[in-house]
Ligand binder design. Structure first.
Ligand code: 2M8
Length: 417
């Protein structure tokens, strides 16, 4: 056992969530990310529930208040214009489409799972709140099923920001197929907040923006966008997370006496889709560039979300045991054995508390207590020793990216501590 002062760290984590609260919604961190992000917000709801359940429900409510008429829940809600972040609402050009200016893409749908977890802490208190959220969650999952599933049933992203793993090597081959011509001059803001060596490159940003401009030209109309998608990657993050979320949605609907047949059929389809992500060469789950049909072959933290989706898999179990043996810190975003591994650069190597929490929850649920507990203890030690950073170097533990980060604080409170 460690000798960390848990009470002091708990208090610090609560203070971070409270300081990042902007009145019913939480920003990831001051400066770098000044808006409400989708999956960050869901993690915050989970974190708040450890000391203020009403505030947790408020977080979910504000997140879903940005839902588009087509069911999509955007990756960012721009409740005000903040010059600290680029690209802001004017660049996305979604005004008038949803209720609040927002991004035109979504993010990993962890919300249903955290809603269920908060509701289960006090079913009487949460009954009304859950009842109001269920149709919204269902409409969001329906949007994923309609607009983001491959012919095999895996969930794909249409922009690297949609899977939340912005510069993962999983997108490299797809990004290389884009010629970002005409993207013009622009000024990034992220590199003025943190060291550029920790962030995506200019080549990547050119393509991020090119895809945004393309969406904006088509007024983010999915029908039109689906005719020819320049970027389309089937992804274990989105597939495993939606599968888990959908089962949690079904569980809550069932408890409320609602018909779950449609939602259960989605889970069946997603289960098949998840199998399509298994790389025949490595036996592990990875992304597929749907424009070329190639498996990326990368072992990322998303590979190990398989248990989170409620699936058992021996090859993945052996691989995660190997990863645990190769590392002293929690699972990195890219295996250290990869030639592309870069311990400081964002989603190309650093270790993230949120991903490890999801992997750990999955392992625990599927009966792999030992591995789950190892991950929890390592994540706990990492945060206790190096603070509530956005992410960490997986070999030295050095904090990286933004500081006083909401989802790291939330993971501490709800899972790691
Ligand atoms: C990062 O993504 C945003 C774009 O959405 C960015 O870099 O500007 C990712 O780590 C994403 O997963 C996260 O939700 C967001 C806010 O923490 O930052």
């Amino acid at each position: 056992m460690s000798n960390h002062d848990n009470a002091a760290l708990d208090a610090r984590a609560r203070d971070i969530l409270i300081a990042n609260d902007r009145g019913g919604y939480t920003i990831p961190t001051e400066g770098l990310y000044p808006y409400q992000w989708n999956w960050d917000s869901a993690f915050c709801g989970w974190g708040f529930s450890t000391f203020d359940v009403e505030r947790a429900w408020q977080e979910f409510d504000t997140l879903f208040s940005g839902q588009w008429p087509n069911g999509m829940v955007p990756h960012i809600l721009f409740r005000q214009n903040d010059p600290d972040y680029f690209p802001g609402p004017d660049v996305w050009g979604t005004e008038g489409i949803g209720p609040i200016p927002s991004g035109g893409i979504s993010q990993p749908p962890v919300a249903a799972t955290f809603v269920r977890s908060v509701w289960e802490q006090n079913k009487d208190f949460g009954a009304e709140r859950v009842a109001a959220l269920l149709p919204k969650i269902k409409a969001w999952h329906a949007w994923f099923m309609k607009w983001r599933t491959s012919s095999e049933g895996a969930v794909f992203l249409t922009h690297p920001w949609e899977a939340g793993r912005d510069n993962s090597p999983d997108w490299d081959s797809s990004m290389a197929m884009i010629n970002p011509e005409g993207v013009g001059e622009y000024s990034r803001r992220d590199t003025s907040h943190v060291d550029p060596a920790m962030r995506p490159t200019k080549d990547e940003y050119d393509r991020y923006l090119w895809l945004v401009y393309r969406g904006r030209e088509r007024r983010w109309n999915e029908e039109e966008l689906s005719r020819d998608r320049p970027f389309m990657v089937a992804d274990p993050t989105l597939t495993f997370i939606l599968l888990r979320a959908n089962k949690d949605l079904s569980f809550m609907m069932n408890a409320m006496g609602m018909d779950t047949s449609e939602v259960d059929a989605w889970s069946e389809r997603l289960m098949k889709g998840a199998q399509s992500l298994r790389n025949p060469d490595t036996g592990l789950f990875n992304a597929i560039n749907l424009r070329s049909g190639e498996h990326t072959g990368h072992v990322t933290s998303a590979t190990f979300l398989v248990w989170y989706a409620g699936m058992e898999d021996q090859a993945s179990l052996e691989a995660i045991r190997q990863e645990l043996a190769n590392n002293t810190y929690p699972i990195p975003s890219l295996a250290k054995t990869s030639p592309l591994f870069d311990g400081m650069r964002y989603w190309r190597g650093p270790t993230w508390a949120i991903m490890n929490a999801l992997i750990g929850i999955g392992l625990q649920d599927m009966g792999h207590q030992e591995e789950a507990e190892t991950l929890r203890i390592r994540t706990r030690a990492l945060i206790a020793e190096h603070g509530f950073a956005e992410y960490f170097h997986p070999e030295t533990g050095s904090p990286a990216g933004g500081g006083t980060f909401s989802w790291t604080a939330a993971v501490w409170l709800a899972w790691a501590s």
